[in-house]
Design a protein around this ligand. Structure first.
Ligand SMILES: Cc1cc2nc3c(=O)[nH]c(=O)nc-3n(C[C@H](O)[C@H](O)[C@H](O)COP(=O)(O)O)c2cc1C
Length: 339
């Protein structure tokens, strides 16, 4: 493990004694506006953008800015939280060219997506489909590592495998040998989809084979999940996606637990009140930056996510039922404001 921390010194994120907490990328959900609202709460070390899918095109600047407007401020958002740029694809040369452009626009970290389960992506050998071809993964990472400036960090996000987790240790080892700086592991195979459970028990095995940091991801919805995940994985770096939409204060709860050892979680009613305010803020922000249909549909989407949370579902259900059929922005705003 000795060179782990040396390799990270270009970006002081990983540190022997500090818990790292990242906000997961969620294509079609976690956009610039939502990243801004969520990072107003302290505790998130970094975010990852939605993915830019690379085929045979070098995209113009505006496409990069659409995926991550934070590039305009050197990949740091308004709350001073870094946002790393995610690329998805299978052609190492084209990924390299697009990575180069992202970097020229301000990206400091390029994250590679080897976990997306979407058919349209997998049919073109992108995302999780590449887990079936570790040599291709090696080629992509190595191309970036060798060709991009040495101050640029390359990370990867993988699932445990395509059909089976049995090759996860070798896949991660290949990434390590290709020069990856860290790996985020969503603890499921592509065939598992998003079905619980997440198989956290693979993490110690994967860690033993590599010398870069691992970030554990999958099914951390509550502070208790975090504590259990930490125990099983013996890890100190975590990424949270859906859980952040159910309870954005989870990052704060984890930090508080790490600092004091106290298990303190917001009461459901308080969580509801705070979360509702955040969703309303998100709506206003999206309205400011995007068109009203976008703002309305993304806000409905966030509200729908809250219905999967045992803690706040009962509070949000009547709101969702009321606003789900509204498509005019004035009516939407006044109805949201009512609750
Ligand atoms: C709607 C949705 C979109 C996602 N988009 C991305 C993406 O663009 N890039 C990526 O690496 N993972 C993506 N993921 C996977 C998440 O980052 C994360 O790995 C997964 O949700 C498990 O973590 P969680 O249980 O904390 O949500 C997506 C997941 C969901 C549910």
């Amino acid at each position: 493990m000795s060179n782990t921390f040396l390799r990270m010194n270009s970006l002081n994120i990983f540190n022997k004694n500090k818990t790292v907490l990242a906000l997961a990328p969620m294509d079609g959900v976690l956009d610039y506006n939502m990243r801004e609202v969520l990072t107003q709460i302290l505790g998130i070390d970094f975010c990852v953008s939605e993915f830019l899918r690379v085929t045979n095109t070098l995209y113009p600047d505006k496409v990069f800015y659409e995926v991550s407007p934070e590039l305009k401020t050197q990949g740091i958002n308004l709350n001073n939280v870094p946002v790393f740029f995610q690329l998805l694809g299978s052609d190492s040369e084209m990924i390299y060219k697009n990575a180069q452009r992202a970097i020229s626009l301000g990206a400091k970290v390029i994250d590679l997506n080897f976990g997306c389960p979407a058919k349209v992506v997998n049919n073109h050998n992108g995302g999780a489909a590449l887990l079936k071809s570790p040599n291709e993964i090696y080629k992509i990472i190595n191309k970036l590592k060798v060709s991009l400036p040495s101050n640029i960090t390359i990370s990867a996000k993988m699932r445990l495998g395509y059909e089976t987790p049995n090759h996860s240790v070798d896949i991660a080892k290949g990434m390590n040998d290709a020069g990856i700086d860290w790996i985020t592991v969503h603890c499921r195979t592509k065939l598992n989809g998003y079905k619980p459970p997440a198989f956290w028990e693979w993490i110690p095995k994967i860690k033993r084979g590599i010398n870069v940091p691992i970030i554990v991801n999958g099914d951390i919805f509550t502070l208790n999940d975090y504590i259990e995940c930490k125990k099983i994985t013996e890890n100190q770096n975590f990424m949270i996606g859906r859980g952040a939409l159910y309870n954005p204060f989870i990052f704060h709860e984890i930090r508080n637990y790490e600092n004091t050892g106290i298990i303190e979680q917001l009461e459901p009613e308080i969580l509801f009140t705070q979360l509702k305010k955040m969703i309303f803020n998100f709506y206003l922000k999206a309205l400011e930056n995007e068109n009203s249909q976008y703002a309305i549909s993304r806000t409905k989407q966030w509200l729908k996510f809250t219905l999967s949370s045992n803690k706040v579902c009962k509070y949000f259900l009547p709101i969702f039922e009321t606003i789900k059929i509204i498509n005019s922005s004035d009516e939407f705003k006044s109805k949201l404001d009512l609750f």
